[in-house]
Design a protein around this ligand. Structure first.
Ligand SMILES: Nc1nc2c(c(=O)[nH]1)N[C@H]1C(S)=C(S)[C@@H](COP(=O)(O)O)O[C@H]1N2
Ligand SMILES: [Mo]
Length: 386
């Protein structure tokens, strides 16, 4: 029981007015550490995804294991999702600092408070736009990947500054037990009612774990049945989710045109391969995942012609990247040479033994190991050896 008299001061609240024992460095340091882990995983995996899609000269993304991108992008979405309860809890423990008096006590203090503003807003921005993207809710007028990428640097930069500034406090907070007096925190709290720090910390951990379980099914197959909130499940034609249908891509006519052909261009010129011709070439069958940037992924069995056989048919080199163009206007992708010459990279004609569904890219689509879903171009029209 608190004996404090609840008289309201006739002034705006100040930091000292928030007396809950949850507003505490020991708790903030622990929540902050977990948040730091989530943001670091999220940043690194996000950076990888960005590099795969726009590779700098020195960057080589391996072709094995075939599920590598599935894992890194799954981690990206999961670490971002788990960070939401942690961020809210962390802000709750420290929000009285908003009311510190005097608000600014010097130039350094002003800079530090400004960096916190940047930190909190960029962290929220990243988590919210990321989740909106996962939910296919493009409510903004800007290009999501570019802005999410630029903001990631701002977020991670302000985290580094924040950790640097607070390091002594963080170390002191982590060294001491959450409850009870210790060397650095000799006086036991006067306030003993309300939730304890340990309970709050555990409840936050539980909340993070719960949202993880609820969404992880999108990437982790055996969790699919318990993930009520997973954004994509196994539904879709041929047991595989789809992102953009043939109708949305406006290819329903061109994809079924009887004179459809895949135009392959290389040093020896351009050759048109009709569907029957592709079917007459050596066919290969592999199990490869589609791993969407949004975090959902699913394995499927694909059958088709090796990319490298088509490259060889037009005299293309094993060292060349290959550009894949879709019947869908403006949609194309670039397959690096390492992937283009890989046994497992296919121009797929069949899925699970059946002719490709129109929504999965009929008559032919690219499928290659360890690639982001959005680069697995559907409704192929042309292949260009670069
Ligand atoms: N032409 C074209 N290919 C495309 C897309 C697209 O919109 N147009 N979407 C990509 C994305 S984002 C993903 S995740 C995969 C999904 O493949 P699926 O619909 O067969 O599951 O296709 C990729 N190929
Ligand atoms: Mo995707």
């Amino acid at each position: 029981m608190s004996l404090r008299t609840p008289t309201l001061p006739l002034r705006p609240p100040r930091e000292e007015d928030f007396t809950s024992r949850l507003h505490d460095e020991r708790l903030a340091a622990r929540l902050g550490s977990w948040l730091g882990i989530c943001f670091t995983v999220c940043f690194v995996t996000g950076l990888l995804s960005h590099f795969i899609k726009a590779p700098p000269g020195w960057f080589v993304w391996p072709t094995r294991p075939v599920s590598l991108y599935r894992v890194t992008q799954g981690l990206h979405v999961l670490s971002g999702t788990a960070a939401v309860p942690l961020l809210l809890a962390k802000l709750y423990t420290v929000y009285p600092k908003l009311f510190a008096w005097p608000p600014i006590s010097g130039v350094l203090n002003a800079l530090e408070r400004l960096s916190l503003l940047v930190l909190v807003s960029s962290a929220f921005f990243q988590l919210i736009t990321g989740l909106m993207n996962v939910a296919h809710w493009y409510a903004w007028g800007f290009g999501f990947p570019r802005v999410h990428y630029a903001m990631a640097w701002i977020a991670i930069g302000s985290i580094v500054v924040h950790v640097g500034v607070k390091l002594p406090i963080i170390r002191r907070g982590l060294r001491a037990p959450l409850e009870g007096p210790s060397a650095d925190y000799p006086i036991e709290d006067e306030v003993t009612d309300g939730v304890s720090r340990r309970t709050f910390f555990r409840a936050t951990g539980l909340a993070s774990f719960a949202v993880l379980l609820a969404t992880a099914g999108a990437s982790v197959p055996f969790l699919r049945r318990i993930s009520g909130l997973a954004v994509r499940d196994g539904d879709g034609p041929q047991g595989l989710p789809i992102n953009v249908s043939a109708f949305q891509a406006r290819v329903t006519q061109t994809a079924i045109a009887p004179d459809w052909a895949l135009h392959v261009t290389g040093p020896r010129g351009t050759r048109a391969f009709g569907l029957a011709e592709l079917q007459a070439m050596p066919q290969h069958t592999y199990s490869l995942p589609i791993a969407c940037v949004e975090g959902w992924s699913a394995s499927a069995v694909w059958t088709g012609v090796r990319v490298r056989d088509l490259v060889a048919a037009v005299g293309g080199s094993r060292e060349a990247d290959v550009r894949f163009e879709s019947l869908q206007r403006g949609h194309a992708s670039r397959l690096p040479a390492l992937h283009a010459r890989d046994d497992l990279s296919l121009v797929a004609l069949r899925l699970h033994g059946e002719v490709l569904d129109l929504d999965h890219g009929y008559p032919a689509r690219l499928i290659a190991p360890s690639r982001p879903g959005e680069l697995q171009t559907k409704w192929l029209a042309a292949m260009k050896v670069l």
